[in-house]
Design a protein around this ligand. Structure first.
Ligand code: PBG
Length: 330
């Protein structure tokens, strides 16, 4: 018997398992690690004065009144999370989305209140018209067509109103052409040259935004978003979009969603010298939550594995609804 075993002995100069033998060794050779500072936590703020309302399709995620959002931000900061992405849910919708640049609108009031109470938190704000328009599209509509240049004009006003309220970054998520350059110029003219732009540069027309649209009550009332958001089949086009946004003045570029687009994140990181963000979107969050609720998956391990994969793919910054849960484990 002993002879057989010896004969079976391989003479290998490399045995990769030597580097996996103990926890200490595995830690030594770990290539990627998550930090709490990598996360941006999306927050939904509404005009109602009710207690936080849980989003049915996003367990653990709430719509907050402004005061509660401020409290939530303070809690995030004590967990070590340093950035939020703010989404305002307005009561007033109209065809022209004019509530989006009301200096006393829901998002503008939230920015001011959070800046006052939690001044060190980095506030990013969503810039797009979908929650503000009756039809639910990210831009103005005429005869069923999403107008580009007219929309950009409104986005500029919206961006300046966010900057005036105290936003650190505006985050245009609309995918209109030329909006980064126009917003940069509008911010500069208004004296907000220090306000940054986090551009949703490669944003795909994705099925994974469903729960977010529930949370925001912002699903499009007709058609889809395929004339402005990208075709999931395309990656070269993502590089062109990123190149344009950087040339127009974007400070950070984003790929969205994250999980079905890890290859795009990697290519953007390799092709450009700019901070790259990825959005671990609502549907990606809800899938894990739903499977975990059924006992089909280990929620914590799946969450950490997913976040790590986004970082490993090349994202410097991760927008994620898991930010708090992950920060508690780090
Ligand atoms: C709206 C916007 C969307 C998301 C962020 N900003 C939805 C959409 O484009 O329809 C999605 C976020 C998520 O699913 O978590 N411009």
């Amino acid at each position: 018997m002993t002879d057989t075993t010896l004969a079976a002995k391989l003479h290998l100069p490399q045995r990769p398992r030597r580097l996996r033998r103990t926890a200490a060794i595995r830690d030594l050779v770990e290539e990627t690690s998550l930090r709490k500072q990598d996360f941006v936590f999306p927050i939904f703020v509404h005009e109602r004065q009710s207690p936080p309302e849980e989003v049915a399709s996003m367990p653990g995620i709430f719509r907050y009144a402004v005061d509660d959002a401020v409290r939530e931000c303070a809690a995030l900061q004590s967990l070590g999370i340093q950035a939020i992405d703010l989404f305002g849910i307005p009561d007033v919708k109209s065809d022209d989305g004019r509530e989006s640049y009301n200096s006393d609108g829901i998002i503008q009031r939230a920015i001011k209140a959070i800046k006052r109470e939690v001044p060190d938190l980095c506030i990013m704000t969503d810039v797009a018209l979908d929650p503000f328009t009756t039809h639910g599209h990210d831009g103005l509509v005429s005869n069923g067509k999403i107008l580009n240049d007219e929309t950009v004009e409104v986005l500029c006003k919206m961006s300046v109103s966010h900057a005036a309220a105290g936003a650190d970054f505006v985050a245009p998520s609309d995918m209109m052409d030329g909006r980064i350059g126009a917003i940069r110029e509008a911010l500069d003219i208004a004296g907000f040259e220090d306000t940054g732009i986090m551009a949703y540069a490669a944003k795909y027309a994705s099925a994974f935004y469903g729960p977010f649209r529930d949370a925001m009550n912002s699903a499009p009332k007709f058609g889809d978003k395929k004339t402005y958001q990208m075709n999931p089949a395309n990656a070269e086009e993502a590089l062109r979009e990123v190149e344009l946004d950087l040339a127009e003045g974007a400070d950070i570029v984003m790929v969205k969603p994250a999980l079905a687009y890890l290859d795009v994140i990697r290519r953007v990181k390799e092709n450009f010298n700019a901070p790259v963000a990825a959005y671990n979107v609502s549907g990606e969050y809800s899938m894990i939550k739903a499977a975990a609720a059924k006992g089909w998956i280990d929620e914590r391990r799946a969450m950490m594995e997913i976040l790590l994969s986004i970082k490993r793919a090349g994202a410097d910054i991760i927008f994620t609804y898991f930010a708090k849960d992950a920060a508690k484990l780090l």
